[in-house]
Design a protein around this ligand. Sequence first.
Ligand SMILES: Cc1cc2nc3c(=O)[nH]c(=O)nc-3n(C[C@H](O)[C@H](O)[C@H](O)COP(=O)(O)O)c2cc1C
Length: 207
Amino acid sequence: MKILHIAGSPKGERSASRKLADVFLRRYRALHPDHEIGDIDVFDAAANPDFGAVHAIHKLAPLFGEERSEAGTVAWVDTERLIADFDRADRILLSCPMWNYSVPWAVKRYLDHLMQPGRTFGFDPKTRQHFGLLRDRPVQFILTRSSTGDDDPGDFQLPYLLHIFRQMGLHDIRVITACKTTKATAPERLAYLDSFTPELEAAAARF
Ligand SMILES: Cc1cc2nc3c(=O)[nH]c(=O)nc-3n(C[C@H](O)[C@H](O)[C@H](O)COP(=O)(O)O)c2cc1C
C-alpha cells in the first residue's frame, strides 16, 4: 500500500498544514507500519518544475493538428513522472494553505502537470462533459487558513481542489479545515493546531 503526501506549503517546520499532516501521518504509520509513505514538496522546482510555454504548446498540439516538438517531448517526461507517482498511490494526502482565497501557485503548478486530457481526464464532445480517467481512492485534504471561514463565498481553495480531483476521477475526498491558524502568540497557535488532533487521528484510522 502506497501513500502520497503532497505538501503544499513552502514553510517546512513552520508550516501549520504540515504540522497537522504530521499528526495524521504519525497515527497512520502507527496503524500501518508496513505501508510506504512518499512525499512531494511542490515548492521544490526539481520535483515539480515550471509548467510554461513548452508544456502548454505540447499539451494542445494534437488538438491543433500540430506535430509535437522534441523540446516538448523532453519537458513532458517530468509531467508523466508526476502523473505516474500520483496514480501509483493508493491513498493521497494533500496538506495545503490558502493563499489569496485559492491555493499557492506551486500547488496550481503541480495540478497543471496532473490535469492532462486523455491521460487523467476525458471529454465527451456530445455532452460537453469532462470525466475522470484515474481510479477512485481515498483522498484526505488538510487545509489551513488564517481567517477565511468554511462557508465564505471567497473560498476558492476547497471548491477548486474538489473540482480538480473529481475531474480526474477521485471522489472519495475527506476534508479537515483549520480556518483560524493566526493567533498572537506561539502557544495559542500550537493550542489551536493541537485541538485538531482527535479529528486528525480519527481520519487517519479511517484512511
Ligand atoms: C501569500 C499568502 C496569502 C494568504 N491568503 C490567505 C487568504 O486568502 N485567506 C486566509 O484565511 N488566509 C490566508 N493566508 C494565511 C494562511 O492561509 C495561513 O497562515 C495558513 O495557516 C498557512 O499555512 P502553512 O503554515 O501551512 O503555510 C495567506 C498566507 C500567505 C502567506
